[in-house]
Write a protein that binds this ligand. Structure first.
Ligand SMILES: Cc1ncc(COP(=O)(O)O)c(C=O)c1O
Length: 367
């Protein structure tokens, strides 16, 4: 149940002020629905600020430094969204007419409004991965020959964890294989690491270790970490200099934005380790859902905080299930006709998960 983050001791007046329309629901639609906790809001209110377009916001500078260290990269740049972070990276790596190799259910290809075609003039070559994960051999086959008939293959985009792949973790060895292949063929690699934090917490492998296998990395503070806004792009100094130029061009330069960066710093310091709880909650959902009629799920595929399952044999569409669940106080995300996605986060407790499973049982019935 959404109770304004982890502090459950707010006065009714504050609850009323901070709570939104979805306050009384168990909201499993996305990890982007979290609201800043009172402690995070306090950090935001007290943030030292300056004009970040002049590079003078000390809180933004601190956040950029922190994330550069966490990713083992020379530099980072704070941007408003994960979409902008990905698109700035693609723009900065490519020329119009270039080709980008990307997984077919990836975020930049499916959910960024066709931005790469519109803003960078690139074409995607989409390859199907196993739950979003590509092999180096697939990429090797897809690289275009040096012939004037073909687009120039310039960039490979990876996603870790993979959203549409059900929060799947791209193993660090597979990333290393792809990076080595890319370097041997003169290609660049961008990692959409919106949820790289989840991969790192789930495996115990440091974010730097993943990030070393990409030339650029985008990360989000506004997903599982619970900040209201904010993403960063990381890479070499010269790459980030290019990103900076395009951020201006895309209208992403912000002013006294330390107020938001403070939420990101707070999230990194207080909400990183607790992602484990989200993973446990997601696993519990995976195991529980398996018991219900018409639900098809392999709980072993629940690796982080996302649960995707199929209901083709349940006698209802995903939209009908979402509607039935909503009537009982649980919000879920219908993907197409017969797939449902659930995402665990800061604002759902283990107790909420048990309640949600009871509602699923009511809707589907026990096997
Ligand atoms: C994997 C991935 N990349 C990028 C994004 C885009 O982030 P934003 O919504 O901040 O633009 C999302 C959003 O959910 C995502 O799941």
């Amino acid at each position: 149940m959404i109770v304004l983050g982890t502090d459950k001791s707010l006065s009714p007046e504050l609850e009323c002020f901070f709570g939104g329309a979805m306050k009384d629901f168990i909201d499993l639609r996305s990890d982007t629905v979290t609201r800043p906790t009172p402690a995070m809001r306090k950090a935001m209110a007290e943030a030292e600020v300056g004009d970040d377009v002049f590079g003078e916001d000390p809180t933004v500078n601190l956040l950029q430094e922190k994330v550069a260290n966490l990713l083992g990269k020379e530099a980072t740049l704070f941007v408003p969204s994960g979409t902008m972070a990905n698109q700035l990276s693609i723009k900065s790596h490519t020329q119009p007419g270039d080709e980008v190799i990307i997984e077919s259910s990836s975020h930049p290809y499916n959910f960024e409004g066709g931005a790469s075609a519109a803003l960078s003039g690139v074409q995607f070559q989409c390859l199907k991965g196993v739950r979003g994960i590509l092999e180096a051999s697939q990429i090797e086959e897809a690289i275009r020959p040096a012939d004037h008939h073909f687009a120039v293959t310039r960039l490979v985009c990876l996603e870790n964890t993979h959203n549409r792949g059900g929060g799947s973790i791209n193993p660090v060895e597979k990333m290393a294989d792809i990076y080595r292949l890319a370097k041997s063929r003169g290609l660049l690699v961008h990692l959409d690491g919106a949820r790289l934090w989840n991969a790192s917490v789930a495996t115990g492998i440091k974010t730097q270790e993943y990030a070393q296998w990409a030339d650029s990395v985008s990360v989000c503070l506004s997903k599982g970490l619970g900040a209201p806004i904010g993403s960063l792009v990381a890479g070499s100094k010269s790459f980030i200099d290019r990103v900076h130029r395009f951020r201006k061009m895309f209208g992403g330069g912000m002013r006294q934005v330390g107020i938001i960066a403070a939420a990101g710093i707070y999230a990194l310091e207080h909400h990183l380790e607790r992602l484990k709880e989200d993973h446990q909650n997601a696993k519990r959902l995976g195991v529980g859902l398996k018991e219900f009629k018409g639900v098809s799920i392999d709980p072993r595929h629940v690796e982080t905080n996302i649960v995707i399952f199929d209901i083709a044999n349940a006698g209802m569409t995903a939209a009908q299930v979402a509607e039935a669940m909503k009537k009982e106080g649980v919000l879920i995300h219908a993907f197409g006709k017969s797939q449902i996605r659930l995402v665990t986060h800061l604002d759902v407790s283990a107790e909420d998960i048990e309640k949600a499973l009871k509602v699923f049982e009511k809707v589907f019935g026990k096997k």
